[in-house]
Design a protein around this ligand. Sequence first.
Ligand code: NAD
Ligand code: TDX
Length: 339
Amino acid sequence: MKILVTGGAGFIGSNFVFHMLDKHPDHDIICVDALTYAGNLSTLDSVMNDPRFKFFKADIADREAIYKIFEDEKPDIVVNFAAESHVDRSIEDPEIFLRTNILGTAVLMDACRKYGITRYHQVSTDEVYGDLPLDRPDLFFTEETPIHTSSPYSSSKASADLLVLAYHRTYGLPVTISRCSNNYGPYHFPEKPIPLMIANALNDKPLPVYGEGLNVRDWLYVEDHCRAIDLIIHKGKVGEVYNVGGHNEMRNIDIVKLICKELGKPESLITFVTDRKGHDMRYAIDPEKIHRELGWLPETKFADGIKKTIKWYLDNRSWWEEIISGEYRNYYEKMYGNR
Ligand code: NAD
Ligand code: TDX
């Protein structure tokens, strides 16, 4: 069985590559990644010489390059992680989100139709459902919740989801979609708040909390997300959407305080900055369907996962220090300089 994984040099994609090589000795993994600012080839160092792993640098929106890879490699299953994934960047400049997240998805599915596959899996997000009010803790996103997006990022992901479902209905492409809540864990790019706060706290720099820090996110350890996708591509029903989340809602401010506590840093580092435009208030996933139909349950509790994650960032300083000392510095200055 050959699985083509796009975006495998990024956060969740790389964790998925490691998971699949470890759990499925009979699977070969082909990784396709354009190595944008968010992709890091050094992340894949430990598997580069594995005979069951192959890496191709290519843009998923480059039809010619993608068709060539499909023709040469003939993958059985495609799992699409490749995306522009940062909401703040989408607010600054939406266009690349449309190209990669929408057009790239269409090109991949066209390749699947042309060369034949047994499954195309789209890695989507809970953000396609918009947000929930803080004063209605009884409400959760189910697979039936209407699509109602807030940012260019979530709109591009929702557009891709609609295309995926259309390719299933129109061409009979065997697709599945997963919509997961916020992930955290090793190899998370330091523009995202958990690694950003860890890195800043370790460097005694201000911890920029948007607005009042009351927005709620539903955090899931990345390995639990990888196990869910593994289950869906092998046992999930074609044409279906599966929500993935661990019922672990936390306010941003409480996470930042927890990181300060774990690292022995003072809460006085916390700095409230101008809020994100259109900032979603609360995300909360109802994971009942994937539990009932595929037996999936999260395994890592947040209290353990955050400790493991902080330890990983302490043990792997060179990985993130290299990133924050490079081109990322200009991004940080632009995004937080006058905030
Ligand atoms: P990431 O930004 O860390 O990684 C994205 C990867 O895709 C990078 O390696 C990048 O080089 C690659 N890429 C970008 N554009 C490409 C292109 N045109 N062609 C080929 N490769 C390209 O993102 P992530 O956090 O790992 O997210 C992976 C997927 O999971 C995304 O589709 C995202 O929408 C989804 N998702 C993320 C979360 C989360 O909390 N991070 C939650 C739910 C869903
Ligand atoms: O510096 C910051 N300060 C801050 O308070 C940053 C970068 C973020 N935040 C807040 C904004 C959000 O409420 O932290 C929360 C999480 O931030 P993000 O991860 O940037 O945004 P979010 O909208 O939750 O999107 C994430 O979850 C869904 C991922 O980045 C997406 O890729 C995924 O699809």
